[in-house]
Design a protein around this ligand. Structure first.
Ligand code: FES
Ligand code: FES
Length: 1003
């Protein structure tokens, strides 16, 4: 049919399919700011447009419905202010506010948020925060925790009203800051005092947190994200935004059964459908066993996956691939593939996986065994770690307290689905453009699967719309690549939201038993954890996720006195297969699973022993200068080496957090716990103390190269993968600081396996620490060459200036006399004038240590004791992540992480019926928090100076996932006496507990 659409004031006469979605039409026309979250029911809002001035989801509208209406997209909002000789009006006020306050992380939801904000401010120029949250509630964001988007809209409203707003990188508001418990030393060198933090303690509240005394020009400052301007305009920066002539679209036929053998498969009807280019089944592909877990070589886990197999192991497992001229044709072809299954008994209960007679999920002869795996017993991995003398520790205890805890299967839920495009280039090399956290691992791991040498594969990572570990998996690249090999054509494959739930990866669910030996004074004498981890149908990250559950959560409490010197800790784990969607990497990587039981258990112990829960924890917690207990025993399947932890800001985190949440007036205060006139409501407050890791020692490697240009600017090439966290910006800040230039002069490119140095990828909270150190090393080498040339140029003028006396600052190489050459002069000289050279350097970094960040998490809740409904009112997190390189991106990480962790605490859970059919397949049944549902969030940074990093930084990305659930659980206990063992804290669980009924698992 023919229609005329009016888009951004321009008319577009079109011939369309009557069933065509408006989203697809608009993207075909090149309006790439409109994103797809892969939804079928319009849940995510990424595809929002303004329709006659109102925000609507373009994925739920037919194009035909749009004729005669006005469509607006972000393309019409504003643009870069400077296009060479053509100056523009720049970004719109709303876009500018989003850039300035750091409201953009991955940026996938940003165009939708900007349009929603515009619609609001057009009708209400003075909205309050509640109205802003209400308006933004139609757009899901998995990155920000919504604080900064809300601030951006309020800021834009103020600017539009003509009011003055403060600069973001302004002075610190220290009005509510406790006096530092340790005064800064004057030498700048870390000083161990044996009990707490190193160097100074300072507070970095929510948004603007620059130390006014700092001499740093960019490190520590709220520098705007280097990709913010592009993302706020909705530029085609994501994988799905790239197109190729003759591109085909892939779809995957997925198993309807949890466990079955494919007896017969007939693709002839599908192949005959006009527009279908290829249909592939297991018979068409080489049979190569591999692991989809994107990890360094050698993979620490079993090789138990095939691109396609004759056996399916979960509902959603792959059965066949189709490539066709359109998504609709590919989908229609799936219905024409005839498959005959022999349905096998499914194994769904991990507690029965090791029983004799249990169905065996991996009976294929090609299975490549890993040291600790035993497929005949459904064991993917096994861990047995004994530190000290655990039995003696228990024997010496005055009492032993035990407990059982459960954590659920949950989804990463990045708003951009997994998406990839593959094609042969003119040299017959396979190009894989993909939304991945691990481009170099993708290249290495996929090569044997495709029967191609690594050198004939090029992996390009564009911007990523969130990953959270879900894209640390080689999950979609092989689908498109096999189809490109089969057809010779470019192929794009993008998962739907349902596929994300039924066919990607999740957090490992676990069942955990804890046993703790205690002296009567509260000293822990021995601590033991047994963890049964469910890896689902494939053993991706099986060993390493479970290992981290113990390595971090069981390391924080070492005991006191003599026990502190030689802690007694046991961590045993069995990681078993079941016929459910595979588990994998998810931000936090096993550690949130460990801290739910550990911190709930510590709370139970403190209460049972009549001790203050904070004092009890701090009495037994690690202190600076002590050895990480697990470093002597385990290192992700490699040789362990003892590691001393020099920076622990835990006590100061507790001090600042308890003040921010007003702990001392609330805890143990019966008056505060009740609400006058509302007997059914009880308030509670809870705490949890947590630690994470920063990269994997002796293993994680990052590389960086820096090249100087003839205007004194630099290209920074990194293999590190910014998945929305702001790591490109943080790396640019460190390079800029070292080279004495503003961040604007650093052009960052990440990452492309042909052009950027190797980096193991974005995981294990390592980019700032590992890739940052590599960047600083490369920058130092470049800085040295600049000084050498400056010294030479001074000599040409008859002046003697030693290179070591030259200071790089403000784009200049400055002699002690104050005379200088600009970096532009030096760049021109180097490339065009005297003894020409390209000033550039490459460097890499591997760390011998993994200094943990620490945090105190506080939560305040209200429980409705009639219904079991829990409302989380407030979350306060005080974090020691070393020196904060960029307070805005770092606080964004904490806020967004707390929001994800809040879902883990109270609402997110993936469940299966008796046949293994998944219940949660979209954002209707699987609830992630919206802007209007969020509690008050407060982030506090307690800075320490980590001596193993050139700018004193530790990790920040994963730790916010660890403490929210136990702090909320402890607050529920405080509110109404329910000692929850299982998350999420859904009303039914609380209600059953309050009524003394058996848990839902027992009925
Ligand atoms: S609401 Fe349209 S893609 Fe999610
Ligand atoms: S910034 Fe909102 S989804 Fe990533």
């Amino acid at each position: 049919m023919n229609v005329i659409l009016t888009i951004n004031g321009q008319e577009f006469p079109l011939r369309i399919d009557p069933n065509e979605r408006l989203l697809d039409t608009l993207r075909k026309l090149g309006f790439f700011s409109i994103k797809s979250g892969g939804c079928e029911h319009g849940e995510c809002g990424a595809c929002t447009i303004l329709f006659d001035g109102r925000p609507v989801n373009s994925c739920t509208m037919l194009t035909a419905q749009a004729e005669g209406h006005l469509i607006q997209t972000v393309e019409a909002e504003g643009e870069h202010p400077d296009h060479g000789w053509k100056k523009t009006e720049g970004l719109s006020v709303i876009q500018q506010a989003f850039v300035e306050v750091g409201a953009i992380q991955c940026g996938y939801c940003t165009p939708a948020m900007v349009l929603t904000a515009k619609a609001l401010l057009d009708r209400n120029p003075s909205p309050d925060e509640g109205q802003v949250r209400d308006a933004l509630s139609g757009v899901l964001c998995r990155c920000t925790g919504y604080i900064k988007p809300v601030q951006a809209v309020l800021r834009a409203a103020a600017v539009l009203r003509g009011e003055e707003v403060l600069p973001v990188d302004g002075p610190i508001d220290v009005s509510d800051v406790l006096k530092p418990s340790i005064e800064p030393d004057d030498g700048g060198e870390p000083v161990l005092d044996g009990r707490g933090t190193l160097t100074e303690t300072k507070i970095l509240p929510k948004l603007k947190i620059v130390d006014p005394h700092s001499e740093m020009k960019t490190v520590g400052h709220a520098v705007t994200k280097v990709d913010a301007v592009k993302l706020v305009q909705g530029k085609p920066a994501f994988t799905a935004d790239f197109e190729k002539r003759d591109m085909l679209y892939a779809k995957v036929l997925r198993s309807p059964h949890a466990h079955a053998e494919i007896k017969h498969i007939d693709t002839s009807r599908a192949e005959a459908l006009p527009g279908v280019a290829a249909v592939l089944t297991w018979k068409d592909l080489p049979r190569v066993a591999y692991s989809t877990a994107g990890q360094s070589h050698p993979i620490p886990g079993p090789l138990d996956s095939f691109s396609l197999d004759h056996k399916v192991r979960f509902v959603g497992d792959r059965v066949a691939f189709v490539a066709a001229e359109s998504v609709a044709i590919a989908e229609a072809a799936l219905d024409l593939i005839d498959v005959e299954y022999e349905v096998l008994e499914p194994l769904l209960d991990p507690t029965k996986a090791m029983d004799s007679g249990a169905p065996v999920i991996h009976d294929e002869p090609e299975f490549v065994n890993f040291d600790e795996s035993d497929p005949s017993r459904n064991i993917a991995a096994e861990i047995r770690i004994d530190i000290g003398d655990v039995e003696t520790g228990f024997a010496e205890a005055d009492r032993i307290i035990e407990g059982d805890y459960d954590v659920p299967k949950v989804q990463q839920a990045h708003i951009e689905p997994h998406v990839v495009m593959t094609y042969w280039d003119e040299d017959d090399r396979l190009v894989i453009k993909t939304s991945t956290q691990v481009p170099f691992h993708v290249r290495r791991q996929i090569a044997p699967v495709l029967d191609l040498p690594i050198k004939r594969i090029r992996v390009i990572k564009p911007r990523i719309g969130g990953g959270f570990g879900g894209k640390q998996e080689v999950l979609v690249e092989d689908v498109a690549a096999h189809l490109t090999i089969a057809t010779g054509k470019p192929v794009q494959y993008e998962m739907t939201r349902e596929e994300e739930f039924i066919g990607s990866r999740t957090r490992h669910p676990m069942r955990i038993h804890l046993k703790t030996g205690l002296k009567n004074d509260g000293t822990i004498t021995a601590n033991e954890m047994y963890c049964l981890s469910d890896t689902g149908a494939y053993g991706c990250h099986a060993l390493t996720v479970a290992g981290n559950t113990g390595h971090k959560a069981m390391a924080i409490y070492v005991g006191d006195g003599e026990y502190r010197k030689n802690p007694n800790i046991r961590f045993y784990s069995d990681v078993v297969y079941t016929n459910t969607v595979p588990s994998g990497a998810y931000r936090g990587y096993g550690v949130p699973q460990g801290f739910w039981p550990v911190e709930r258990h510590m709370e139970n112990i403190a209460r049972e022993m009549g001790m203050d829960p904070i004092k009890f924890r701090l009495k037994n917690a690690l202190r600076s200068g002590e050895i990480h207990p697990f470093s002597k025993a385990w290192s992700e399947g490699r040789e362990p080496k003892p590691e001393t932890i020099y920076t622990i800001g835990l006590e100061d985190c507790v001090e600042q957090g308890r003040m921010a949440i007003d702990w001392d007036h609330k805890y143990d205060n019966p008056q505060w716990h009740s609400i006058p006139g509302k007997k059914h409501l009880r308030k509670g407050i809870g705490v949890a103390m947590v630690m994470q890791g920063t990269a994997i020692p002796y293993l994680d490697m990052g590389g960086a190269s820096i090249k100087m240009n003839d205007d004194g600017s630099f290209n920074l090439l990194v293999g590190a993968t910014d998945l929305g966290t702001g790591s490109d910006t943080v790396l640019a800040q460190m390079a800029a600081e070292t080279l004495g230039v503003p961040v604007d002069d650093i052009v960052v490119y990440s990452s492309d396996t042909d052009f950027t140095p190797f980096d193991k990828g974005a995981y294990a909270s390592s980019t700032t620490y590992i890739s940052g150190a590599a960047t600083v090393k490369a920058a130092e080498k470049v800085a040295e060459r600049i000084r050498v040339r400056a010294s030479m140029m001074f000599a040409e003028e008859g002046k003697t200036v030693k290179q070591e006396d030259i200071n790089l600052e403000d784009r200049r190489a400055i002699a002690p006399s104050g005379e200088f050459f600009t970096l532009e002069e030096i760049g021109l000289n180097a490339l065009h004038q005297t003894d020409q050279e390209q000033i550039m350097a490459v460097a890499s970094h591997v760390s011998p240590v993994a200094p943990p960040p620490f945090a105190a998490q506080f939560a305040e809740v209200t429980v409705d004791v009639d219904s079991g409904m829990v409302t989380v009112d407030k979350l306060v997190m005080a974090v020691d992540s070393g020196v904060i390189i960029n307070p805005v991106t770092a606080s964004g990480q904490i806020e967004g992480g707390m929001a994800q962790a809040l879902g883990y605490a109270v609402s997110e859970e993936m469940r299966y019926d008796r046949d293994g059919q998944p219940r949660e397949k979209d954002f209707v049944d699987y609830h992630i928090f919206r802007a209007d549902e969020m509690p008050e969030l407060t982030t506090i940074f307690v800075e320490t100076y980590e001596p193993s990093h050139p700018y004193g930084a530790k990790a920040v990305a994963e730790i916010p996932l660890d403490g929210v659930a136990p702090a909320v659980g402890n607050a529920i206990l405080d509110a109404c006496g329910v000692a929850l063992q299982t998350i999420p804290a859904i009303p039914e669980r609380i209600w059953r507990n309050l009524k003394g009924l058996p848990s839902e698992k027992e009925v």
